[in-house]
Design a protein around this ligand. Structure first.
Ligand SMILES: C=CC1=C(C)c2cc3[nH]c(cc4nc(cc5[nH]c(cc1n2)c(C)c5CCC(=O)O)C(CCC(=O)O)=C4C)c(C)c3C=C
Ligand SMILES: [Fe+2]
Ligand SMILES: [Fe+2]
Length: 370
């Protein structure tokens, strides 16, 4: 005999809701050698990230990388660590809260937004189980990578599917694949660059630096490189830049193989040597500031440029929880949840702008930076 009445059996006592799972890469729990080792071990054991034969990689990872890198990386993490913890996580939490508020205004039905990390905490497993508890019968997974790569987006799918294998009653599920040319996202980027110029003045060049990838991944068909270039071109067009005023480069190399070129650090060195004195640098592939932007770009690469003869170098922060960024993410959620009846948004233009206005008023009332 069933423990539940029929209604409870269907809905476990909850009304149906829309679940939105934001997923970013992950970060150590603390800026210590042991926490960084734990994080790197999980991250770098992922076959989507390192595509060399398992046995060979196991020896390199455990014999070399996990002996040396955790201590060096922990020192770097310590330089960017905030009161709220790792910047990637702290910024992610603010994005999640702001998007929750925005979605509650835009959608008719109940909606729950959670943040998860592909590696480390808060885990995808917990995020999915919390959403299930909230009655999310429809689920949208939004990996926070504007440009698709198997190393980031596809492994998010893998992790969600792995957890779903253990569920009896699957929700309806959709994944956002990429949003590299989404107009609201490009607009938000352009607005943040213009705001930066208005405050700090404009430099000779705008460098758009994206996280790198092994060149082999491009040759094997990963669209990441092309999507980075398209984001760059659209941003440059929106800003009205001439070809000589902007460029796309790739940062954060890992290992000895050739990665996507031109490399950010080598290009900065070359530009300075060629007589470029001032540069703005923005990282449109990073929706949230993290170690790779706050340390590598804002600190390390500044030294590279200045030591090579450059004079003026400014990093333009990631969009983080800027109001326009949250609006762009909400637009993406709306586009990908079309046709889901219980949570169907009101699609009329006027309703959307009324929703935007209402959420801005709400934010003002709460004094939030929305
Ligand atoms: C923006 C998308 C990212 C892609 C693509 C990506 C590919 C990729 N990364 C590594 C190795 C490392 N990345 C590290 C940090 C890191 N990477 C991304 C994003 C992408 N990576 C972010 C947001 C971060 C920052 C995390 C944080 O805690 O702030 C690191 C760890 C840092 C360190 O020890 O130096 C490594 C290692 C590979 C090998 C790869 C593709 C093959
Ligand atoms: Fe990375
Ligand atoms: Fe390409």
């Amino acid at each position: 005999m069933s423990r539940y009445s029929h209604d409870e059996q269907f809905f476990h006592g909850k009304s149906e809701s829309l679940g939105v799972l934001l997923v970013n890469l992950g970060t150590p729990d603390e800026p210590t050698t042991s926490a960084v080792r734990r994080y790197l071990k999980e991250f770098l054991s992922d076959g989507r990230v390192i595509e060399i034969p398992k046995v060979i990689w196991w020896c390199i990872l455990n014999g070399i990388i996990l002996r040396r890198r955790p201590a060096a990386s922990a020192k770097l993490y310590a330089t960017v660590w905030s009161e709220d913890g790792s910047p990637l996580l702290a910024n992610g939490k603010k994005q999640q809260q702001a998007l929750q508020q925005e979605m509650s205004v835009r959608f008719k039905g109940p909606v729950h937004v959670k943040l998860a990390m592909r590696y480390g905490n808060p885990s995808i497993l917990n995020g999915l189980r919390e959403l299930r508890k909230e009655g999310a019968r429809r689920l949208l997974v939004l990996p926070l990578y504007p440009q698709y790569s198997a190393t980031t987006t596809a492994t998010t799918y893998d992790a969600v599917s792995k957890e779903m294998k253990r569920w009896r009653w699957l929700p309806e599920i959709r994944f956002v694949n990429q949003y590299h040319d989404n107009s609201a996202y490009i607009d938000a980027l352009a607005k943040s660059v213009r705001a930066h110029w208005a405050e700090h003045g404009r430099k000779e060049k705008l460098m758009m630096s994206f996280h790198g990838l092994p060149k082999r991944n491009l040759e094997l068909g990963d669209p990441y490189h092309c999507q980075c270039h398209k984001t760059g071109r659209l941003l440059a067009e929106k800003l009205g830049l001439k070809p000589e005023q902007w460029l796309v480069t790739f940062q954060s190399r890992f290992g000895r193989a050739e990665w996507l070129k031109p490399y950010t650090d080598k290009t900065l060195e070359k530009l300075a040597q060629e007589g470029v004195k001032s540069i703005d640098i923005v990282c449109p592939g990073f929706p949230a500031d993290c170690l790779e932007t706050l340390e590598e770009i804002a600190v390390e690469n500044r030294d590279v440029f200045i030591e090579a003869g450059g004079k003026d170098y400014t990093y333009i922060p990631a969009l983080n929880h800027d109001a326009d960024h949250i609006q762009a993410l909400a637009d993406i959620v709306q586009q990908h949840t079309q046709g889901w009846p219980e949570v169907s948004p009101d699609w009329s233009e006027s309703a959307i702008s009324a929703g935007n206005k209402k959420s801005q008023e709400l934010a003002k009332e709460k004094g939030a930076k929305l």
